[in-house]
Design a protein around this ligand. Sequence first.
Ligand code: ATP
Length: 397
Amino acid sequence: MAEVRLDEVSKVYADGTRAVDGLSLEIADGELLVLVGPSGCGKTTALRMVAGLEDIDAGLVSIGGRVVNRVPARDRDIAMVFQSYALYPHLDVYDNIAFGLRLRKVPGAEIERRVAATGAALGLRDHLRRRPRALSGGQRQRVAMGRAIVREPQAFLMDEPLSNLDAKLRVQMRAEIARTTRRLGVTTIYVTHDQTEAMTLGDRVAVMRKGVLQQVAAPQELYDRPANVFVAGFIGSPAMNLVTGVFTTSAQDVELQISDQHLRVDPALLRNRPGVRAYLDRPVAVGIRPEDMQDASLAPADGAVLYGAVDLVEALGSELLVHLRVAVPGVVTDETRELARDAGLDPVEPVGTAGPLTELVARFSPRSRVRKGELVEVAVDTARLHVFDLDTGRSIP
Ligand code: ATP
């Protein structure tokens, strides 16, 4: 196995589309890095450049310390796993795994050794003489990975390998891939548009937008410290709520004013985010995760309360997703609004137009008795607020 590096890699298609723009990434030996972003953000193009299936217009790609820009795909010593297991139905597991080695005229004894080792590593030893249709979905996925592993490549590239599966199988396969890649310790780049897949699978996750890398970090870090409004909106489900507000301080207190609502802010916020001090008394974009909002009748609020009208309650059993209409302005500057919209957040109405009602989603305990149409008090965990520069959409650290 080997490390994979991209240095300032760019791709412009013939029609002028800048699919990948100055992408730099280092994937360590044995690491699983997930490339994630909405459709068209350039993740497949990036992967295809590593694979050698797409010319690189600028920058360097190296695998195991060797620059491969001019190395043809077949000589790059990497394996690609595409959408769910394209196995040969008429061949048994052994022959499916051995297929590529036979094509490459690897000697018979060597094939036997490698297929046996791969079968053992993937827990397929007892199934080597079965045809694919006699296997479970998870076993088939392992055979597909086995076909790639048996070549002993320097790295694995996976492009949405689960996208054809139904929801339940996806979850099983996701766990399967996580287990297998960890056990084998293979350097892997995994492309998906699904943020849940990205968060659960990646040692680190690289978030792309319009060909440009937005942030690369461990999943929890990405969730806790999104670099900008785009990452904040893209990672997390339901998405982070985003509104415009102003922080002020008096002698002891910090307050957040959102439209005509005033919330007392936990002083821990300024300790967590000292940069906010430079933004006092002027509008910023404020992000509130749904789980940081609770029915105030069930949680101590200490003055950190928002008032809203319940628009919809989705009871999921373990929690209630409460959609609230709140008379607060959403985020209105152009750049920040565009970042938010690209992340799939609702476009927000401009301040000053009739009734700038913003929809917020809160994750209430199932013990809450709120009903559609009611006015509720919502306790906000203000120590955990996210704060972004309103003009650039960048996180204020
Ligand atoms: P998806 O998840 O929908 O596959 P993606 O993030 O993988 O999207 P790419 O397939 O890499 O994105 O495409 C990035 C951009 O490049 C898109 O705007 C796409 O339309 C464009 N593109 C992709 N292939 C070509 C091509 N052969 N010629 C011109 N433009 C292309």
